[in-house]
Structures are given as C-alpha cells and as structure tokens.
Design a protein around this ligand. Structure first.
Ligand code: SF4
Length: 192
C-alpha cells in the first residue's frame, strides 16, 4: 500500500526546497534577493517594473528594494529611468549584461532536475503537483493579502484572441497584449 506524506511533511519539504534555492542564490557576487529581483524584472511586464511592484513581489520594504536595485545598478545589471509623462515615477530595466548573467542563473540546475522528473513522469503526477502547489500558493497569498503576481494569460482580465488585440487584450487597462506579453508576470494580476 502506498503511504502518503502528511501535510506537515509536505510543508517541511517545501521549506527545505526553498532554503536550497536561496542557498544557490549566493553566486556571481549577488545575494539571493538580488537574483530574485533580477529574475522578476526580466519576467515582468512594462507596468510592473516599478520599485513598489518589486517590493511587493519580494515581500519587502521600498527602502530594502532601493538598496537591492542600487547594488544591481552598480554592477551594470539594471538601469533606472523616469517613466515618460509620469513625473518622478521610475521604471527599472534589465540591461544586456543582466540578461547575460541570467543565462547562468544558479536555480537553472533545479529547473533542469524538475524537467527530468517531468520527462520521467508517466502518470501525469507532475501536472497534479504543479496544480496543488499553485492552489496552495493562492491560499497562502490570499491569507496574507498578497498579490498573486501571476502570468498575464492566467489573469481574469486577460481576453484571448480578442477583437483589436495583438492578438490578446487586457480588459483592466483596455490595451492590446502580444503573445510574448501574455507570458509575462504582472503586479495587477488577478487569478481567473
Ligand atoms: S490581463 Fe491581468 S495580468 Fe495581464 S496586463 Fe492586464 S491586469 Fe495584468
């Protein structure tokens, strides 16, 4: 008979995995928060590359985020600029050097291991694990009143192949969304 792990054991495994991911974040002269910020800025949409959105994603204060961004900027990995027509509001963009560094992302090894597990999976359980983790994340985020920061294509405001789209649309901002933008993460994302 198969014995199922208890919920407490699963939480323990998630914690250990998280620790392992964080430990890998001390690489290439960056710390885990700097890696996380760089990854977020490379994946988020153009409306979400603000210091406030980044602070929300990292679950930290604007002061701490400012130090993280300054460190990344000093290393030439990101560039700050004023948002056109929005006074002193800032956008933070990953530079070419930052994107080059992301090709050596230390969490890549974990992604590779995950891909191997998914390839070996014949029962479809990898999909079930992803769904369960997604559901768990949503419950925890709701309980802590955290934003979801999900992919655009999974948002309740996302309209696939909508008239006037590119080919999609965002109903919240009433703007076209390209196929590439549909895969970006967004600070205003609301689970569908
Ligand atoms: S559809 Fe949702 S996730 Fe996409 S841009 Fe609009 S608010 Fe953001």
């Amino acid at each position: 008979m198969t014995s199922h792990p208890t919920p407490a054991r699963i939480v323990d495994l998630i914690e250990r995995l998280g620790r392992s991911v964080r430990l890998r974040g001390y690489a290439d002269n960056l710390n885990p928060a700097q890696w996380e910020a760089l990854r977020y800025l490379a994946r988020c949409n153009a409306r979400s590359n603000t210091p406030t959105a980044l602070a929300g994603f990292l679950g930290t204060t604007k002061g701490t985020v400012s130090q993280t961004v300054t460190a990344l900027e000093r290393k030439g990995l990101v560039r700050k600029a004023f948002r056109p027509g929005q006074g002193r509001a800032l956008s933070i963009k990953v530079t070419g050097r930052g994107r080059d560094l992301l090709r050596r992302d230390p969490t890549e090894a974990i992604e590779t291991a995950m891909c191997r597990l998914v390839d070996q999976d014949r029962s479809g359980s990898a999909d079930a694990v992803r769904e369960t983790l997604n559901g768990l994340l949503r419950i925890v985020q709701d309980a802590c009143a955290q934003r979801s920061y999900g992919q655009c294509r999974t948002c309740r405001h996302f309209q696939a192949d909508a008239p006037g789209g590119l080919p999609h649309r965002c109903a919240l901002w009433d703007e076209p969304v390209s196929a590439a933008q549909a895969n970006e993460i967004c600070a205003e994302h609301q689970p569908a």
